[in-house]
Design a protein around this ligand. Structure first.
Ligand code: ATP
Ligand code: MN
Ligand code: MN
Length: 377
């Protein structure tokens, strides 16, 4: 039992990578409301403001109990006037006028629908909304040229907007691991992304592939992909080539937040498994007894890393996105280092610092180790 005065005394780092944020959120009402606002800000090309709301929400997620007044929040980092006003409104009136009017706006509703299509980013969604396209149906007849990803996104829209369960993630994992080991004996697969942080559902499933012998992982991705393809597991896939080998400026100096590993963004055809009780109906269509289709589409991301970079890849692909961002900010601002999913570069010593585990990377950055389950900022 903690009194309000004591809550004020909790010292809260302004860096999310110095906070242990589990999945238990005592302030979900507030963080849900705050997390609507970045969408709006970012849509209006205001990335800085969007990030400010995300940081504010992350501080609330970290608090050990529900907030009942804004008074004890005044001394905490990352909670600006705007965020505090939204919180105050919700605590006093049960809702924030700004959040409610955002939710009701045609623009926001359309953005949610269109941005929910795999392959459609905020910019494209925005362009379509300006052209008067607000829903899926009008989009299909609009004459807009759609990319291959967007066409797949439309086709599997309902499935892909259905959260992926942990059981489904594990089922995909078995398939991927089998394929990887069969094309490259000794290949290793690790579940990354939200599921590694202990989330019970996800919007996709993410896997890291590597091989304990440096160099053996080369060419692994196309082999795994064609294996999966020949087994009929892929409804869609787009593989990017790696580019860390030919980069002149070194692995950690990428200006973009995108890394240079070989990646595959895919849509899996996953059978509904035991609980669905799939049955072949004879006419090619297979339905479960309840009339559901016997399979569903699931988004799956694969990334291949050489073992020398795999600790960085693991850290960089475990998330959360804000946690990653904050680690990089910490490295840059407090340590004059540059952290990426490939490496850690010390700008003062002008050299790369090697690490073969996440623990070592935290230590090199002078940070206390935070396990994946507490990186849910
Ligand atoms: P969800 O449950 O919604 O999938 P998640 O945390 O797994 O949540 P993802 O979008 O799958 O979110 O991303 C997982 C991690 O991989 C994040 O930390 C993100 O920074 C990293 N990541 C995702 N896509 C890329 C990319 N193209 N390049 C580099 N890193 C990426
Ligand atoms: Mn994910
Ligand atoms: Mn992903």
């Amino acid at each position: 039992q903690r009194s309000e005065a004591e809550v004020v005394m909790i010292s809260v780092s302004s860096y999310a990578c110095q906070r242990r944020t589990s999945l238990i959120n005592h302030n979900a009402v507030l963080t849900d409301a705050l997390s609507l606002l970045p969408h709006n800000a970012e849509l209006n090309e205001d990335e800085g403001r969007g990030l400010a709301f995300r940081r504010a929400a992350a501080v609330l997620k970290f608090l050990p109990e529900p907030v009942t007044t804004t008074t004890p929040l005044r001394g905490l980092p990352c909670l600006g006037e705007h965020s505090l006003r939204v919180i105050e409104d919700i605590l006093q009136d049960g809702a924030s006028r700004e959040v409610e009017s955002t939710k009701r706006s045609e623009r926001f509703k359309a953005l949610k629908v269109l941005n929910g299509i795999f392959g459609v980013g905020v910019k494209t969604a925005d362009r379509w909304i300006r052209a008067g396209i607000r829903y899926l149906q009008p989009l299909q007849g609009s004459g807009e040229t759609l990319s291959r990803a967007q066409r797949a996104g439309l086709r599997y829209y309902d499935d892909l907007n259905q959260p992926v369960s942990r059981a489904e993630a594990d089922a995909v994992g078995e398939i991927v691991e089998k394929a990887a080991v069969s094309v490259l004996p000794g290949a290793r697969m690790t579940l990354i992304g939200g599921f590694r942080r202990g989330k019970l559902t996800g919007h996709d499933v993410d896997f890291l592939l590597t091989h304990p012998e440096e160099g053996r992982e080369e060419g692994l991705m196309p082999k795994v992909v064609s294996r999966l393809e020949s087994e009929g597991f892929l409804l869609y896939q787009k593989t990017t080539r790696n580019s860390y080998l030919e980069s002149e400026d070194g692995p950690a100096r990428s200006s973009s937040s995108m890394d240079r590993f070989q990646k595959c963004f895919s849509i899996f055809k996953l059978s509904r498994g035991e609980e669905g009780g799939a049955e072949q109906t004879g006419n090619g269509e297979s339905l479960t007894p309840s009339g559901q289709e016997a399979w569903r589409a699931v988004r799956v991301d694969l990334v291949v890393s050489p073992v020398s970079q795999s600790a960085f890849a693991l850290l960089g692909w475990t998330g959360s996105k804000l946690f990653e961002r904050e680690m990089r900010r910490w490295a840059r601002r407090e340590k004059a280092m540059s952290l990426s999913s490939h490496a850690l570069y010390d700008t003062r010593q002008r050299r790369y610092l090697r690490a073969s585990s996440e623990e070592e990377i935290f230590a090199l950055l002078g940070l206390e180790f935070i396990p994946p389950s507490e990186r849910n900022a």
